[in-house]
Design a protein around this ligand. Structure first.
Ligand code: FAD
Ligand code: NAI
Length: 464
């Protein structure tokens, strides 16, 4: 079979790329090695984790917050039903991708894809049979997998990755999380809300190391109030797992005495690494750098007609970044001018409260020697936040001291992941804090805190 485009991998990068290419009239095929489409994000990542984050938050609120609102309930956990809600959500989403492939007349092949050279892909099915496909262009969108912790075996029962952690058959009494990154804090939150004692061991001396430090520090205090225990500046050196539980040896990262902690379940969440094994990159002469496929500014690898997008290439490992790259390369291959603005990619941690950020952190601006003004506004001073009992957190806007152009924004607060988008649009249009400060915001909304933070850049917030 000959195509205009073969996409290897059907995650957010691959499936979105295929749909956009088909919309633009390219004869498109997708090769996916798993039984379902949608990749990490839809099957074991974004979607199931958010289904559990929502359900566990509802459970927690029913037990802890409803009484303050005059609602008396004693919630009882039905974990199998909660896991079914998650599984049903995944099924609906992955089936949705299959439907979109059919609707857009995309040919889907199930099997492991291997690049034999420019324009040639071999698909090896589960039955051992192989077939060869040809195309003018190939897009590698094979995503990433969990990074292993040296010396620790992930059995997905006692010692789990995120995949095991979204399917635990019972609430662990003690959950030990290795890595205070996004996965550790999101999935740690799920099980903490359902009753687990959560301990987090983090190599660095701070949580969420790429976030704005002020936000991360306040967030750490809030998580501690929620019952989290942190061992920062520590590394896990050994996990002895048995049916009785796990003995976890931790040591200070800078050297010192080891301690042994008990846990029922250990979650390893120390990052992810690109999927390139078995893709035939070396034989095809496609360059990689520390496992990631090397691309130029137009997603092209060093082999003509072979492109790569998503988690398998440089940049943040985020579904929306992969999707936007998928759209951009499809548009380029159809003769249009697709592009991704990497300066304006939001990132959200879906905990309670949420953390949403875009653009530069204060630390990055300082390091780059850029003069900036800060506008900050706390949710305690926002009427809707008080009405909703959601006063934790604040909005922080960083604007260029000379031009007032917004360079970064960081929101810690309930619903931050929705609120950040007005800053996405503002920054995409190179807007200033003054533009935001002059935009009417509906009252009473949490988003008024965003406008107040913009007003605070020039010290004229009204409610503070
Ligand atoms: P993937 O989604 O990993 O898809 C790659 C696909 O390629 C897979 O289906 C794989 O089976 C297939 N494949 C690999 N090799 C081959 C081969 N040789 N042949 C055929 N098929 C192959 N990001 C967010 O933005 N928001 C979130 O809330 C979020 N939550 C997450 C929660 C968890 C627990 C995890 C683990 C990740 C989360 N992410 C989130 C990250 C997000 O899942 C990834 O950034 C995103 O899935 C990357 O998309 P992708 O298309 O590059 O790769
Ligand atoms: P991460 O990179 O976010 O965090 C890993 C953490 O582990 C870091 O704080 C790091 O310092 C620490 N660490 C590394 N080695 C360690 C060690 N040996 N001992 C102790 N700590 C160690 O990685 P995570 O949480 O695994 O997530 C992987 C990717 O998935 C992220 O890049 C993220 O972008 C994506 N993701 C995004 C989500 C979202 O957008 N809401 C949700 C979940 C995942």
């Amino acid at each position: 079979m000959t195509f205009d485009l073969i996409v290897i991998g059907s995650g957010p990068g691959g499936y979105v790329c295929a749909i956009r290419a088909a919309q633009l009239g390219l004869k498109t095929a997708v090769v996916e090695k798993e039984k379902t489409f949608g990749g990490t994000c839809l099957n074991v990542g974004c979607i199931p984790s958010k289904a559990l984050l929502h359900a566990s938050e509802m459970f927690h609120q029913a037990g802890h917050d409803f009484a303050h609102l005059g609602i008396k309930v004693t919630p009882e956990l039905d974990l199998p039903a909660m896991l079914k809600h998650k599984d049903d959500t995944v099924t609906a989403n992955v089936n949705g991708v299959g439907f979109l492939f059919k609707k857009n007349k995309i040919d889907a092949y199930q099997g492991v894809g291997k690049i034999l050279g420019a324009g040639k892909v071999e698909v090896a099915g589960a039955d051992g049979k192989t077939q060869q496909l040809e195309a003018k262009n190939i897009v590698i969108a094979t995503g990433s997998s969990v990074a292993p912790l040296p010396g620790v075996t992930i059995d997905e029962k006692r010692v789990v990755s995120s995949t095991g952690a979204i399917a635990l058959p019972q609430v662990p009494k003690k959950l030990l999380v290795v890595g205070a990154g996004v996965i550790g804090l999101e999935l740690g939150s799920v099980w903490a809300r359902l009753g687990a004692e959560v301990t987090v061991v983090e190599f660095l001396d701070k949580i969420l190391p790429t976030n704005d430090e002020e936000v991360a520090k306040q967030f750490q205090r809030l998580l501690q109030k929620q019952g989290f225990t942190f061992h920062l500046g520590h590394k896990v050196t050994k996990v002895d797992a048995s049916d009785a539980g796990c003995k976890v040896t931790i040591e200070p990262a800078k050297g010192g005495a080891a301690k042994v902690l008990d846990a029922d379940i250990v979650l390893v969440a120390i990052g992810r690494r690109p999927n390139t094994d078995g893709l035939g990159l070396e034989a095809a002469g496609i360059a990689t750098d520390r496992g990631r496929v090397v691309i130029d500014d137009h997603f092209a690898t060093n082999v003509k007609g072979v492109y790569a997008i998503g988690d398998v290439v440089r940049g943040p490992m985020l579904a929306h970044k992969a999707e936007d790259e998928g759209i951009a390369i499809a548009e380029q291959l159809a003769g249009k001018a697709g592009h991704v603005n990497y300066e304006v990619i939001p990132a959200v941690v879906y905990t309670q409260p949420e953390i949403a950020s875009i653009g530069k952190t204060e630390e990055e601006l300082k390091a780059a020697g850029v003069a900036y003004n800060i506008g900050k506004f706390p949710f305690t001073a926002n009427g809707r936040a008080r009405a909703n009992r959601a006063t934790d957190g604040f909005v922080k806007i960083l604007a260029d001291a000379k031009t007032d152009r917004v360079l970064g924004a960081h929101i810690l607060g309930a619903g931050a992941g929705e609120m950040i988008h007005e800053l996405v649009v503002l920054m995409e249009f190179a807007g200033s804090s003054e533009d935001l400060a002059r935009s009417t915001h509906a009252h009473p909304t949490m988003s008024e805190a965003v406008r107040e933070a913009a007003l605070a850049v020039e010290k004229r917030a009204i409610h503070m």
